[in-house]
Design a protein around this ligand. Structure first.
Ligand SMILES: Nc1ncnc2c1ncn2[C@@H]1O[C@H](COP(=O)(O)OP(=O)(O)OP(=O)(O)O)[C@@H](O)[C@H]1O
Length: 443
């Protein structure tokens, strides 16, 4: 495919010469005589590079560099300045241009610059995509008064070693906060082991937690470590602990009291020094009243309680949270058109921050590269009732089909993850990761 270049230049003669030369060189050239038509062109299709004159009839090209950079940090920009205008060229580079040339422009020199700059642009994009994949997600606390208090308690929890209970609706960031506390605690060099107690029941959950000896049950062909073993000296994050069955609750209480446990089918006593951090979307006290949760276990795990508020109760943080999430997705907040924030403010966010992130990611996928995100990219939030926005408005993607298949196999194996991993021909760790992704993608 030909590289697409947008030439923003008011001089018709220069544009003509440029068009003829670079079309022959194999580029697809679009022309804009002023900033207004350049903005229009950028909104209507993606470009691989921009060649920009500084003095234009309706504004200064220098300011335009920042606008473009806000929408696409990687697109190469080459600036054309008047002859000998070095300070202007320096300013252009400071504002984000990749290269500059003085007038009259030597097309051959510009061609060489363009080739090099396009190569750099491709590399930058690749790096930015790689960074996105490898970057560890960091938590956003925000300036909301209540969240400031939470950040204070979280810091205190990280410097101590007592159990923590995190409550809040789905997608409010309970898992992220648990991980943040671990990473800022003295246990950070050890494992952070996460287990979702609602996805496994009874003996299956016991097997995951305690491990098993060879022959403990039909498919136990070897000794297997449990997560308690792996979490030794680290942190064990028990997500959705409110859904844990009463029998396992009794076993967990014993482990918390004695720090020792037995693998299934084993007589040997194992020791694990793990720090428990638990999370639930339930009100644990109600569960205790309903006799669904042991009171003694509640007192063991709720030494520090952190309640994360739903997103709709911290809307004062929404604009900076959106900017933060967009940055983690590799774009700046300038990518949003002005009236979009009101759409985001008006939506009740039943899936909280997870749903917000999914909605932003989907809007970025829908919009052509280099264009701004308008209301039309958030039509799910306007047209669909809350909670269904990210699921039903689009046909399933390959990833969604894969996720369904994994869920079906886990169900067929009655939740036996060892067998499910074998049947899917993936490792147990990969299966855990995929199951977590499935949970994370649900609002
Ligand atoms: N404070 C935050 N800062 C940045 N991103 C966040 C924050 N909270 C949540 N997210 C985003 O939302 C996603 C879901 O967060 P997380 O899994 O921690 O929520 P949760 O409350 O544990 O949800 P569930 O109850 O469904 O397990 C995260 O992967 C992250 O992308």
């Amino acid at each position: 495919m030909k590289p697409a270049v947008l030439l923003i230049e008011d001089n018709e003669g220069t544009r003509f010469g440029f068009f003829r030369y670079f079309s022959k060189e194999g580029y697809e050239i679009s022309e804009a005589a002023d900033l207004a038509s350049a903005t229009h062109s950028l909104a209507s299709r993606p470009f691989d590079a921009i060649v920009l004159d500084i003095n234009l009839p309706d504004g200064n090209g220098l300011d335009f560099i920042e606008t473009v950079r806000g929408q696409d940090p990687c697109i190469p920009i080459i600036v054309i300045t008047g002859s000998g205008d070095v300070p202007l060229a320096v300013e252009a580079m400071q504002r984000g241009a990749d290269n500059f040339l003085s007038k009259p422009v030597d097309n051959a020199a510009l061609g060489a610059y363009l080739r090099k700059t396009l190569e750099i642009g491709t590399l930058k994009r690749r790096l930015s995509a790689q960074k996105r994949l490898t970057q560890k997600e960091d938590i956003f606390f925000g300036r909301n008064r209540y969240m400031q208090e939470i950040s204070h308690i979280a810091r205190a929890a990280a410097s101590g070693d007592t159990p923590v209970l995190i409550t809040g609706e789905t997608g409010t960031g309970k898992g992220m906060l648990a991980n943040w506390i671990h990473r800022h605690s003295k246990r950070s060099s050890q494992e952070f082991v996460s287990l979702n107690c609602s996805s496994l029941r009874g003996e299956m959950l016991a097997r995951e937690l305690f491990g098993n000896a060879r022959g403990a049950f039909t498919s136990a062909d070897q000794d297997r470590k449990g997560l308690l073993d792996i979490a030794d000296r680290g942190t064990l994050f028990l997500d959705e602990i409110g859904d844990m069955g009463m029998e396992i609750q009794a076993q967990l209480l014993k482990v918390l009291e004695e720090k020792t446990y037995r693998r299934l089918g084993d007589v040997k006593l194992y020791r694990s020094d793990f720090r428990p951090i638990c999370a639930t979307h339930h009100n644990i006290e109600n569960l205790v009243r309903e006799k669904l949760f042991r009171q003694d276990l509640m007192y063991r795990i709720n030494l520090v309680v952190i309640h994360l508020p739903p997103l709709r109760e911290r809307l004062d943080d929404l604009p900076s949270l959106v900017a933060y999430l967009l940055r983690t997705l590799g774009v700046s907040e300038a990518v949003l058109e002005d009236d979009v924030m009101q759409v985001l403010m008006d939506y009740p966010w039943p899936g909280n921050i997870r749903e917000l992130k999914n909605v932003l990611e989907r809007a970025l996928l829908l919009a052509p590269r280099g264009t701004r995100l308008g209301r039309e990219h958030f039509s799910c939030l306007i047209q669909h009732p809350p909670g269904r926005a990210t699921q039903e408005s689009c046909s399933p993607t390959v990833q969604e089909i894969q996720q369904r298949h994994i869920q079906q196999v886990v169900e067929q194996m009655n939740g036996d993850l060892v067998q499910a991993a074998k049947s899917l021909n993936i490792s147990r760790a990969t299966l855990y990761r995929r199951l977590k992704q499935i949970r994370d993608s649900q609002p």
